[in-house]
Design a protein around this ligand. Structure first.
Ligand code: HEM
Length: 529
């Protein structure tokens, strides 16, 4: 037994030495630390010398990770650029605008990479969020065809208005029952239904009025198994980032079996949507809501390089990637908007005045949307402080230098970018960086100020800029308008520990997910106006 163990150790050491020689200079085999670049985030300023590097810190700080990074930056514990290691991964994090521009403009040197793909493949498969190179390019090109002015003007605006009316009907029902409502839950359902109609010509029926009931003073919606499976998987995946041993730990604690069950539920729904679409097409029926081609139609017409049709797995990946893009981001950002409005009554009042002045009781149209400047400013400012993709990682494919901070990065290094931390940076946004001030988005002539995308990378930037940026803004403004003109929402139960990563320090209002979900939702009492 001992002899076998020794033999195994010797074998592993020999393979390590062979690989270290062969791939000398690769980030994983060279001294992980770059001279002159701050090491952090650390506990008590100690440089982690153990083989597990920052692993313990990274795992421990997960529930309040973003607040911690903001504080580290404020207190000078980390600089604009900093480095860290966890076993097998050398990390360089940068908050520098010029570095970010360099990284995001070159999606061939700074790719999603193998680790990202491995961690996220359960949910994203080979979809657009999880792809590099030609595979990414073809998906982007195909999908971009639905984001055109005609669709925005003729179809999307109406879908968003109808869905926002359904949402406000639920709010009214909650108000009449004097019940507390979790707005984030309603919004996640609503954006799923809207996106289903727009992109897949299907309805998930999440917002049907008969799904609602009152339980112990709360307005509760019936569980939708797809949503539950999707959200739980998302939460599990988000924990994988700093844990290189997640495959093993998920097997040991039973998570892997749960994930398997969730994947079956999601695949079942994707199969239903895809089969329904194929049946409709075979019978010559076009997409609903007057769309010539929805997203799924476009991918059904696309072929692989060898001329074969996309497989079920490929189409399933399209469906799930776009649901995460189209549902979570917008619903969660809108939840943060209403959390902010409840804390800043003067902003809420100003917004209500603009809505009244511009729309005079009418609906938001494609054209009037542009005149709702303050509403867009509120949305942008919310994203600045609550970047919905708070952090992102890239793998470096060749030795390079980040030009803003002159930091050398070796092939194989993981580069981290942090739109959330950048949004809180005084160096980037001035002394009032942490204050919620939509006015900073309004120019002297009253128009909406355009911001440098690399300074405000909440929609990413460069060739992989978010495809749904305009759609999200339009949808959000419609929902904000409908809710704000009809209701005042009073924030309640904020002291409940379920809302905080650390209830004692009131840090970590966000949960663990790929996007900035509000931990435990966001609860309101609804007051009709
Ligand atoms: C507040 C709302 C939204 C925010 C903050 C947001 C943000 C982002 C960010 C940061 C990325 C880059 C992600 C990465 O590379 O890992 C991204 C990519 C993307 N977004 Fe959005 N997004 C929003 C809404 C939407 C909507 C409504 C859609 C509609 C389908 C959408 C579609 C996409 C797509 C397709 C990509 C991939 C682009 C590519 O890799 O080429 N997004 N988004």
């Amino acid at each position: 037994m001992i002899a076998t163990l020794l033999l195994l150790v010797a074998l592993v050491a020999a393979v390590y030495l062979y690989l270290a020689k062969k791939y000398e200079g690769r980030a994983i085999f060279s001294d992980p630390y770059i001279p002159g670049v701050t090491i952090g985030p650390t506990t008590h300023g100690l440089v982690p010398k153990f083989p597990w590097g920052h692993l313990r810190n990274a795992l421990k700080s997960q529930p309040t990770r973003l607040d911690a990074l903001v504080e580290f930056q404020e207190s000078g514990q980390i600089d604009e650029v900093w480095q860290a290691t966890i076993p097998g991964i050398n990390i360089v994090g940068t908050l520098n605008v010029a570095d970010l521009e360099h990284i995001l403009k070159d999606p061939y040197t700074f790719v999603k990479g193998k680790a990202f793909k491995r961690n996220f493949s359960t949910l994203l498969g080979d979809g657009i969020f999880n792809s590099d190179g030609d595979h990414w390019k073809i998906q982007r090109k195909t999908a971009s065809n639905i984001f055109n002015v005609k669709n925005f003007r003729d179809i999307y605006a109406d879908v968003f208005i109808e869905e926002s009316h359904l949402l406000t009907a639920h709010l009214l029902a909650a108000a009449e029952a004097n019940a507390i409502v979790d707005l984030q839950d309603l919004l996640l359902r609503s954006t799923l239904d809207s996106f289903g109609r727009i992109a897949l010509s299907t309805t998930f029926g999440c917002m049907d009025m008969q799904n609602a009931s009152i339980e112990k003073g709360h307005y509760i919606m019936k569980n939708v198994p797809f949503m539950e499976a999707f959200d739980n998987t998302n939460n599990i995946i988000a924990r994988r980032g700093p844990n290189p041993f997640w495959k093993l730990t998920e097997q040991l604690d039973g998570t892997a079996a749960r994930v398997q069950k969730y994947v079956e539920i999601m695949d079942g729904v994707a199969l239903k949507v895809i089969s329904e679409k194929k049946r409709n097409l075979a019978q010559g029926r076009s997409s609903s809501d007057g769309l010539k081609f929805d997203l799924l139609d476009l991918f059904l017409q696309t072929t692989n390089d060898d001329g074969t049709e996309l497989t079920f797995k490929q189409l399933r990946d399209v469906v799930l990637n776009f649901i995460i893009a189209g549902r979570d981001t917008t619903a969660q950002t809108l939840s943060w908007v209403f959390w902010r409005l409840a804390k800043h009554p003067n902003v809420e009042e100003k917004l209500r005045e603009e809505i009244q002045q511009v729309l005079k009781g009418g609906e938001v149209t494609y054209d009037s949307f542009k005149s709702l400047v303050y509403a867009q400013a509120v949305f942008n400012e919310t994203l600045r402080l609550h970047a919905n993709v708070p952090s992102n990682r890239k793998e470096v494919t060749r030795d390079d230098v980040l030009p803003g901070t002159k930091t050398p990065v070796k092939k194989g290094t993981t580069v981290l970018i942090h739109p959330f931390v950048m949004g809180h940076s005084k160096k980037i946004w001035g002394d009032d960086a942490t204050e919620f001030k939509p006015e900073r988005w309004i120019s002297a002539d009253g128009s909406l100020r355009k911001e440098n995308q690399f300074k405000w990378p909440v929609f990413n930037a460069g060739p992989r800029l978010c495809l749904g940026m305009n759609m999200a803004t339009q949808e959000a403004v419609v929902f904000m308008t409908e809710i704000v003109r009809k209701f005042h929402l009073e924030l309640v139960n904020e002291d409940d520990p379920k809302h905080w990563g650390n209830p004692e320090t009131k840090k970590g209002r966000y949960g663990l997910a790929l996007t900035l979900v509000m931990r435990g939702g966001v609860e309101f009492k609804v007051h009709p106006l």
